[in-house]
Design a protein around this ligand. Structure first.
Ligand SMILES: Cc1ncc(COP(=O)(O)O)c(C=O)c1O
Length: 365
């Protein structure tokens, strides 16, 4: 009754961890900031409702929002894209779906960092593609050499995610430039997922679009402004990409939520000190996490961004054992073959919770 491609997809390994969790569990499994959306952003949404901005918007999204995003790309990401080359979506998730639906034909190969964000694997398969995991180096980054080795005549896209979920690592400028060259040389498209760009503690964020136009740049207000539930993301790419993605967006979504688009515009154009506050808070929690793991003698590559740590924990039973003691973490294997032997810790929780959870880990691990 159901299609093979959908049957081949497993329910999210993260969701599974939440089943069976007690009410008082400390959740180090969640991929979202534990902050509330800043007030000026909420106010913009309320104003939009009161002004009656409750109908469909242009399929691409409100022009004013796309103009704000175009300026954001120029000033923060150092590449030029017109407002007609931006499509506003329901979260980065929809943008990823549009990109893969537009690019992948049956049997085409999609290069995905392994370990990597689990939606990449599922969405590539939903598009009929063949997932090719790119193993990471000892620093948990994707190397241009590693990517080059896996390119075949069927490769159509390469997903880059820096800072990374689940590892928290950041690709260097040299790596990003080399990956852009690989895309140009082989005529493949980079799908660059930049949702954690503002949460970097060491290193810098570099968009591949600075070096190539064979790229779809994907981002969202979800993580940066603590707006995961508002469901606003966006994709920027040259016109021919946007034209194809727009066809899918038109039929599956029509447009992103009008009120949330106005909130997103206030987020992008408004004061950015809320982002600095969150970043500094995450940095402190990153340090607490690393100190705690270090004291237990658990090896972990220093996360330079996002709000995840990906320590080496060989015991495959560690996540259920921790769950029994009230701490939720995600098994590394949920993020691909090469995630095995790790757990993912999200430190987007209070310092108090984090310290309590680290104590439990010390006893269990
Ligand atoms: C790397 C990465 N990309 C995309 C998303 C999805 O973002 P959104 O909530 O905007 O759909 C997530 C959410 O966890 C993520 O970690």
């Amino acid at each position: 009754m159901f299609t093979e491609r959908i049957k081949s997809i497993d329910i999210s390994g993260i969701r599974k961890m939440f089943e069976g969790a007690g009410l008082n569990s400390i959740n180090l499994g969640l991929g979202q900031p534990d902050f509330d959306t800043p007030q000026h952003i909420k106010d913009a949404a309320i104003e939009a409702i009161n002004k009656g901005l409750t109908g469909y918007t242009m399929n691409l999204g409100f022009p004013e929002l796309r103009s704000a995003l175009s300026r954001k790309f120029e000033s923060e990401n150092h590449f030029t894209v017109s407002s007609d080359e931006i499509i506003v979506t329901s979260g980065a998730s929809e943008a990823l779906h549009l990109a893969l639906q537009a690019l992948v034909d049956k049997g085409d190969e999609v290069l995905i960092p392994d370990p990597g964000f689990l939606s990449y694997f599922a969405l590539a398969k939903i598009a009929g593609g063949k997932v090719v995991g790119v193993p990471l180096d000892e620093k948990l980054t994707m190397t241009p050499e590693g990517v080059n080795e896996l390119i075949t005549s069927r490769t159509c896209a390469l997903i880059v995610n820096s800072p990374s979920n689940p590892t928290g690592t950041v690709q260097t400028r040299t790596q990003i430039k080399a990956l852009a060259e690989i895309a140009d040389d082989n005529d493949i498209t980079i799908i660059s997922d930049e949702v954690y760009e503002h949460f970097i503690y060491e290193g810098e964020h570099v968009s591949p679009a600075q070096f190539t136009d064979n790229v779809i740049t994907i981002n969202a207000v979800s993580k940066t402004y603590a707006m995961t539930g508002w469901r606003i993301g966006y994709a920027a790419a040259r016109k021919e990409y946007v034209e194809q993605m727009l066809k899918i967006h038109q039929y599956i979504q029509a447009c992103a939520n009008s009120i949330a688009q106005k909130a997103a515009q206030a987020a992008i154009e408004g004061p950015q000190d809320c982002v600095t506050v969150m970043r500094e808070s995450f940095r402190k929690r990153r340090d607490i996490t690393m100190e705690g793991l270090g004291a237990m003698g658990i090896k972990c590559v220093q996360p330079q961004g996002a709000f995840y740590a990906f320590p080496e924990v060989e015991d495959e039973e560690a996540p259920p054992k921790l769950l029994k003691k009230g701490v939720i973490v995600v098994p590394g294997s949920a993020f691909g073959e090469n995630g095995k032997g790790h757990i993912r810790i999200s430190y987007a929780t209070s310092e108090e919770n984090l310290r309590r959870a680290l104590k439990v880990m010390e006893n269990v691990l």
